[in-house]
Write a protein that binds this ligand. Structure first.
Ligand SMILES: [Ca+2]
Length: 144
């Protein structure tokens, strides 16, 4: 009876250990930034910067405002950016829109969405990452 209990206990512990190892591997692989999303962020950053240089205003930003605007890579922004009336939402590999923050009050400072520190950027772009959460940053692609 005692050995049967010990054997059962060993099996339960082994299953638990294997589950923890599996969970650890899953965690390890899920924190890295997807290369495709990082490339998409960089391409979008280049497109927005080129649009800004050419037009003297940010895509999707209607007029000068006293605050920095947050936008998403939806079809409205992509239509404005590309000039293509059939433009579609730009999605990351998890199906989420990218987020963009523009220095639309033109003070050469943007507040970081990570920690609210001031950054000397005109454009910030980021993704939600593999976990589809914008507030968890280890897996998010970003432009800065
Ligand atoms: Ca995330």
């Amino acid at each position: 009876m005692k050995t049967k209990f010990a054997r059962t206990l060993i099996i339960v512990v082994l299953i638990w250990l294997l589950a923890m190892i599996g969970f650890g591997i899953h965690r390890f692989t899920s924190v890295s930034v997807r290369k495709a999303d990082q490339h998409a962020v960089e391409d979008l950053f280049i497109s927005v910067s080129a649009y800004l240089d050419k037009n003297g205003k940010y895509p999707g930003a209607t007029e000068e405002v006293s605050f920095d605007m947050d936008l998403q890579s939806d079809y409205i922004l992509m239509r404005d950016l590309t000039g293509d009336r059939t433009a579609r939402d730009l999605l990351d590999s998890e199906g989420n829109l990218f987020r963009l923050r523009f220095d639309t009050n033109n003070d050469d400072v943007i507040y970081s969405p990570i920690d609210n520190e001031t950054l000397k950027n005109r454009v910030l772009i980021w993704s939600a990452g593999r976990d589809r959460k914008f507030e968890t940053w280890r897996d998010n692609a970003r432009s800065w």
